[in-house]
Design a protein around this ligand. Sequence first.
Ligand SMILES: Cc1ncc(COP(=O)(O)O)c(C=O)c1O
Length: 291
Amino acid sequence: MIYLNGEWKPIEQATVPVLDRGFVFGDGVYEVIPCYSGHPFRLREHLRRLQSSLDGVRIENPCSTERWEELIREVVKRNPFEDQYVYLQVTRGVAPRDHAFPKGVEPTVFMMSNPLTVPPPDQRERGVAAVTVADNRWLRCDIKSVSLLANCLLRQSAVDAGAAESVLLRDGFLTEGSASNIFVIRSGVIITPPKSNFILPGITYDVVIELARANRLPLEIRPVSEAEVRDADELWLTSSTKEVLPISTLDGKPVGHGTSAGKPGPMAARMYQLYQDYKRTVMRAPADAQA
Ligand SMILES: Cc1ncc(COP(=O)(O)O)c(C=O)c1O
């Protein structure tokens, strides 16, 4: 069952008018929230990021935090999957086609849930292939906008090269992946670019940073040069659906050095475990503490 503008219905019966600005202009924002055994993960943080995306595109938030929480729990309840990811999107609404914002139009609110399948163990143990691509997106990559054409093109470059993700470089520096954040490990130090308009502030990115700090793992949040990416001991991609996934080849070359080159490194395994332990702890906490 999906939610569309106040109604619950099977997805096959859900339609939006062709003049929805999401369809015509890609004028909207979205969130993806993983839910484990019915519990939304880091819900408050997702809703805060949603608010900041809405502020970034000047759409008034159509729901209060409490209402969003209610709707998200409801969509999870109405779907049978053990682990799910809730996709929600808000567009500026339906109006005659004109670039300028329409007045007095209600935003379109759409929410669905799908089974959440995290990378299988063999993929984590082998790692995935990635390619570098020039980051040619706009300068507001911090907004989780439904206008994902640039990200789709960048991801397709990876797929065309037989890889799983593209690692994006802008002016000689790492930004992020086409649908993930990127961490670089060099001499035992976890390094990742700071939040800025060039990257999406990933919820998983924040969790990984918190876990590194809590476990006193060396961490540097600073610009990362292309040379540092290419000469990394380990590369990870992180996202709500991929969690912490090692990249084992970059542009066809093994990541890392010596005999372990091309194989996921020990720091990835450590962070993956910390992430799983953290997930289990949060999911055992009472409902209000989880949000
Ligand atoms: C461009 C981009 N960066 C980073 C991420 C990771 O964000 P999160 O950890 O919140 O899933 C995503 C997630 O889809 C993304 O699309």
